[in-house]
Each structure stands twice: as structure tokens, then as C-alpha cells.
Write a protein that binds this ligand. Structure first.
Ligand SMILES: C[S@@+](CC[C@H](N)C(=O)[O-])C[C@H]1O[C@@H](n2cnc3c(N)ncnc32)[C@H](O)[C@@H]1O
Length: 409
């Protein structure tokens, strides 16, 4: 277990006495709400998976699969059941809420699960490549380094192993963080890797054992949200943002200015990530030049370069994705500004609101009749009764509705 007293001086008063989950500080402004939120996400994850497995088992029992496909699916079912059992043990602190609650983030239990395998199983070339970039810009005199959205902690651990600084890995995802905690505390982590379209039959689902790593006294994990960093302003010499600014909702410039508040006057951000941001909002879809410009606006000194990397090179797949990545070392912050999340106080006057409400009400009514594994015909019959549709109408709505649902799952 990490010794949290070694980093307690970095927390603001409000977060000094926070509870911890399995020894990792649970440093949220509203810790109980966050625990309920992640417990509901955990519950949904198990519910969803159990219903898929039940439906597959039903099909197997009905002899709907043959030959090698039958074998593959039987093995998948066995492995997935063992995997869920292991995950329940890992996530035991998050198994006490079945009530639906709204979430402030789109992240789920399984978001970025591949990172566990990338960081600790597939060979460390990607993480090593990232560390090679970073190490040239570390002076060796750093005291406190913050790693944002550290995920499975491969990079934060590598940095900690090679410096004397306290390296603090922050993330919100319990699944990634609890797996990382086991591995970085010298315990082996047994799991299963499931690969869609693998290169060989045996790789579709396979049992894996990830070796534990030597425990480091200067590597710390903290559950917290980037929007509400629990540390004192100006605490860090260096903040590492690796594949992070591109996935959070705020604009890049806002995120950098917010991060700068936690840097000391000589501090730096080491950025690694895609060389273009692919987001929904056109103003947030950034090219390489715009990413560099955003750093330039917020720092006195910056240098940048691009390099090629095998992104998430899953050894079970026959294809690799080569990405052009951008590395930026930005030092001496010249502007700072905390992200302040304004709560909405009024429902917007939007003419689409009423038709949206109507559509959602109908969807909810339909959804009540949907169970995993049922046939389109069964659903169609139920819609005929519920809405008084003709047979043809019911068929049409069933197909359209299910297409929409499947595209959103
Ligand atoms: C694309 S992954 C990158 C992980 C890691 N930096 C890497 O390069 O492997 C993004 C990470 O950010 C975390 N994350 C997402 N939103 C966050 C937030 N608001 N605060 C902290 N971490 C967050 C996710 O859980 C995930 O681990």
C-alpha cells in the first residue's frame, strides 16, 4: 500500500481527511455521490454482461452454433464468466448501489480497458517510447510530478522508477486504477483478454497473468477529477498529460490554463498525444498547429515535435495502427486560470424540447419491452398491442428502433 502521509502536504485542507478506497485517496469534492455514481456504473457493467452471457448461453443450448464457432463461443462464455468473477473481486468496494443515478462523465468501467494490456502485457514499447520523449525534459531535480488521467499507470510508474520525485497518478476509473494498484504493488494480476477479430482462434479469449512490479515508494495513485484537482495551487514542477487533453470536454486552452494553476513558476507541462484532436464541436477539432498555438499562448517557452508510434498494438490482432503523435514540452507558465464549472440555472428555451420529450417518452415505452435475446418478431407483437400499430407499422418501428439502440450501445 502507498504511504499517503508522504503526499498529504500537497492536498488542500478540504481534502486532507478524505476517505480512501483500498488505500487510494478518494479525493472528490462530493465523495459519497461519486461513490454512488461509480457503484451504479459497476452494477450496470455486471448487469449488461450477465444479460449478454445469458442470451449467448441460450443460443448455445439451442444448438445455434456449429463446429469451431461453437467451440469458440463456449470457451468465450467460460472465460467471460471467470473474468466477471475476478472483476467482482477487484471492484468489491463498488458493489453497493443498484439505483440509477445520473453521471457527470461519459466514462464507464470498461473505458480504455486495453491500457492494462498495453502498459503491462503486450511488451512495453509504446510506454517506453513515451518515456524516452519525456526523460530528456526532466532535470532530475523535480520534487512533485502529476500525471493526469494516468489510466493503467504504465507511464507514471516508469517515470517514478527513473526519478526521485514523488509521482502522483490521477484518474477517475476504478477498474484501471485497482488493476494498476495490484501490479505496482508486486502482485500478479490475473485476467482475460478478449479480442474481436483476432488473428487466430485461440486468441479470441485468453487467460493472462500480468507480473507484479517492484513496489516504489515514490509512486502514488489518487482518485480525483481533473476539474477539481485536490492539490494546492503551484504544487508541481511538472504535469504530464498523455492522451488526456483530447478526451476531456473543456477546450484545450482552458485545460492548459487550469493545469498551469497547479504548476510552480518554473513548471512545465509535458504533452503527448494525437497530433490532431477529433472532437464533435468544430471549434475543438484542432490541427497540430492549433494545439501548438494553444500551448504557446500559455507558456513562455515551448518546443514540439512529432513521431510515429504503434498505437495500442494488440498482439492478438493482425493489424497495427500507426499514429503520428505530437510531443510538446511547454515551460514557464505565463497564464493561469482555474476551470470553474457553472451550474445551469434555467432550462433553455429550445423549440425542439417538446418533440424531444415526446420521442424519449415513446422510446422509454418501447424499451420496457426489450430484453436481450428476444426476437424482432416478439418485440414487434408487443408494440402492436402497446401502441395499436398495424402489423406492418410495428415491424417498421421495431427495426428502426433497434437499429438506433444498437448504434448507440
Ligand atoms: C485515453 S486514456 C489515457 C490514459 C493514459 N494517460 C495513457 O496514455 O495510457 C484517458 C484517461 O483519462 C481518464 N479520465 C477521463 N476523464 C477524467 C477526468 N475528468 N479526470 C481524471 N481522469 C480522467 C480515463 O479514466 C483514462 O484513464
Amino acid at each position: 500500500m502507498q504511504d499517503n502521509s508522504l503526499i498529504s502536504h500537497l492536498f488542500t485542507e478540504e481534502y486532507k481527511e478524505v476517505k480512501s478506497i483500498n488505500g487510494i485517496p478518494w479525493a472528490y469534492k462530493n465523495p459519497e455521490e461519486k461513490l454512488i455514481e461509480w457503484s451504479y456504473k459497476t452494477f450496470s457493467f455486471f448487469e449488461h454482461n450477465s444479460s449478454i452471457l445469458k442470451s449467448l448461453q441460450g443460443k448455445l443450448n439451442n444448438n445455434e452454433f456449429k463446429g469451431l464457432t461453437k467451440q469458440r463461443i463456449q470457451k468465450y462464455l467460460d472465460d467471460k464468466n471467470s473474468y466477471l468473477k475476478k472483476s467482482r473481486k477487484l471492484l468489491k468496494d463498488f458493489l453497493n448501489n443498484e439505483q440509477e443515478v445520473s453521471s457527470t462523465s461519459s466514462q464507464n468501467i470498461l473505458s480504455y480497458e486495453d491500457l492494462i494490456f498495453r502498459d503491462w502485457l503486450w511488451g512495453k514499447s509504446e510506454v517506453e517510447q513515451y518515456y524516452e520523449k519525456i526523460q530528456n525534459d526532466l532535470t532530475g531535480r523535480e520534487k512533485n510530478i502529476l500525471v493526469l488521467g494516468a489510466g493503467a499507470c504504465g507511464l507514471s510508474y516508469t517515470i517514478a522508477k527513473n526519478t526521485t520525485a514523488n509521482v502522483i497518478a490521477c484518474d477517475i476509473n476504478p477498474h484501471l486504477f485497482l488493476a494498476a494498484q495490484k501490479i505496482t504493488n508486486n502482485k500478479s494480476f490475473d485476467s482475460f483478454e478478449f479480442t474481436e477479430s483476432p488473428k487466430e482462434l485461440s486468441l479470441y479469449s485468453k487467460k493472462v497473468s500480468i507480473d507484479g512490479q517492484e513496489k516504489l515508494n515514490n509512486h502514488f495513485q489518487v482518485f480525483c477529477d481533473f476539474n477539481q484537482i485536490p492539490f494546492k495551487l503551484g504544487s508541481f514542477d511538472t504535469v504530464v498529460s498523455c492522451w488526456f487533453y483530447d478526451i476531456i470536454p473543456s477546450s484545450l486552452e482552458e485545460s492548459i490554463l487550469h493545469t498551469n494553476s497547479y504548476l510552480n513558476d518554473e513548471g512545465k507541462i509535458l504533452f503527448l498525444g494525437p497530433s490532431n484532436f477529433n472532437k464533435n464541436q468544430i471549434s475543438k477539432q484542432l490541427t497540430k498547429e492549433e494545439i501548438v498555438e494553444a500551448f504557446d499562448l500559455c507558456f513562455k517557452s515551448i518546443k514540439s515535435d512529432t513521431f510515429e508510434s504503434d498505437y495500442l498494438a494488440d498482439t492478438s490482432k493482425s493489424q497495427k495502427r500507426i499514429e503520428t503523435l505530437l510531443y510538446i514540452c511547454a515551460s514557464l507558465p505565463k497564464n493561469r486560470k482555474l476551470l470553474i464549472y457553472k451550474e445551469e440555472t434555467h432550462i433553455p428555451l429550445n423549440p425542439q424540447l417538446d418533440s424531444y420529450k415526446q420521442k424519449i417518452t415513446i422510446f422509454e415505452k418501447i424499451l420496457k419491452h426489450v430484453t436481450a435475446g428476444m426476437s424482432y418478431e416478439e418485440l414487434s407483437k408487443k408494440l402492436e398491442v402497446e401502441f395499436g400499430f398495424s402489423k406492418e407499422e410495428a415491424k417498421y418501428y421495431t427495426k428502426n428502433f433497434m437499429n438506433k439502440i444498437l448504434s448507440e450501445l
